[in-house]
Design a protein around this ligand. Sequence first.
Ligand code: AHR
Length: 511
Amino acid sequence: SAESIKATLKTDQGKNTINREIYGQFAEHLGSCIYGGLWVGENSPIPNINGYRKDVFEALKDLNVPVLRWPGGCFADDYHWMDGIGPRDKRPSLRNNTWGGTIEDNSFGTHEFLNLCEMLGCEPYVSGNVGSGTVKEMAQWVEYMTSNEDTPMARLRRQNGRDKAWHVKYFGIGNEAWGCGGNMTPEYYSDEFRKFNTYLRDQPGNHLYRIGSGASDCDYKWTSVLMDRIGERMNGVSLHYYTVAGWNGSKGSAIKFDNDQYYWALGKCLEIEEVIKKHKAIMDEKDPNHRVDLVVDEWGTWWDEEPGTIAGHLYQQNALRDAFVASLSLDVFHRHTDRVKMANIAQVVNVLQSMILTDQEGTGHMVLTPTYYVFKMYAPFQDATYLPMTIACDTMKVRHEYFTPMDAQKANGYRNLPLLSYSAAKTKDGQIVIALTNVSLDKEQAIDIALEGTNAKSVNGQILTAKNVADFNDFDHPDRVKVADFKQAKLKKNVLSVKIPAKSLVVMTLK
Ligand code: AHR
């Protein structure tokens, strides 16, 4: 039609693979992420499989989780893994100093985590304790998890009921070392990394991918120093970026917001692209051969805790707005998939921008959040070949404020928010996947995409939308926001014509 946006997609010109690890999750000992979320224990009235919540497990199994990060976050640098092994009734109960002072009974430890990863068929990503732990403790942990030989730690593991070593690929050497992980300078942390890393020995048959504790937001100096001083000793350097309205005062409600706050959040979310580009530029200069990956191992929305919930537990609701933060962020990661090899949304259950919320009263209900559905709809992008595409859509002037403490980076004012976000990829079996998010609150957008290099015959689509962008799912209305079939896509003479309704996300598969 006359007003439709025209674009071209060259389906045979893809180069980079979208690592499935970009769809990674994060589970910290924080609030009810582990206890009441993933784990209820074998004696719970809530249906469980060996202590794992059955409904949550099944929902995650359905999501094709590629990698799960654990036990933190800030908790990781306060965690001593030996507290979480052996008979559960003998494990010490301790105070979770980082998150609300909750008593942690250590019933979920190394065995429970690694077995869960095996059941989910995902890679474990273990975060080691640099801040308050010792080199010996960390080295022993790696031996405990991955040695199949006749070594002290392997023997201890066998005594605790696990004969065969687990496969552990991803290992984080500290977390937020500039803050809760020890308040270090980048120079000091780099030396610590080198020291700890020396003794993290690969056990026969298991090769560790070592991740350095990276920058928050636009702390480019941190990345620069680590690239100089640690360099190829690390396989990946992390980056944390939250869609958050500052670290002091109110962060705003997850479900009560006006149009200005809605558009602000999407602008803030997209800021991650500038941040990634600048970290990448530093890495490109210091590591032109791409030996070190960028690992965005914490990202997502961070709102005020829901009224009436426990302080420090970071329990927040999840609206259609959060779903758009997810799809826009995933689109950004796809665009930078040449360097961004993993990302872990914070967090998987009951904490921050979660996939799943479970009933805090223990009646055993669970809801899937709008963000869950984005991960589900985007699953075909895992390990697909990224296809570059440009769609010249309308933009909108939105409020733009930096709230991060990096004063030098302050750029208050306005920014142009593109009203459409998109991604395209080719799956291993030759299907073309296209995702389009129309973030406009009131304008439908019509798009014609001319497809080159394919003769796809059919298109199948799904849509995620709701009456309001503040709509969310709760135990009384678990299906207020959910996926539906999308029938408005037409494929004719290699042109895909779609009309994307206002405030909706559409994912289509062509074959
Ligand atoms: O995800 C919540 C917290 O945010 C993590 O523990 C920490 O690493 C970050 O500051």
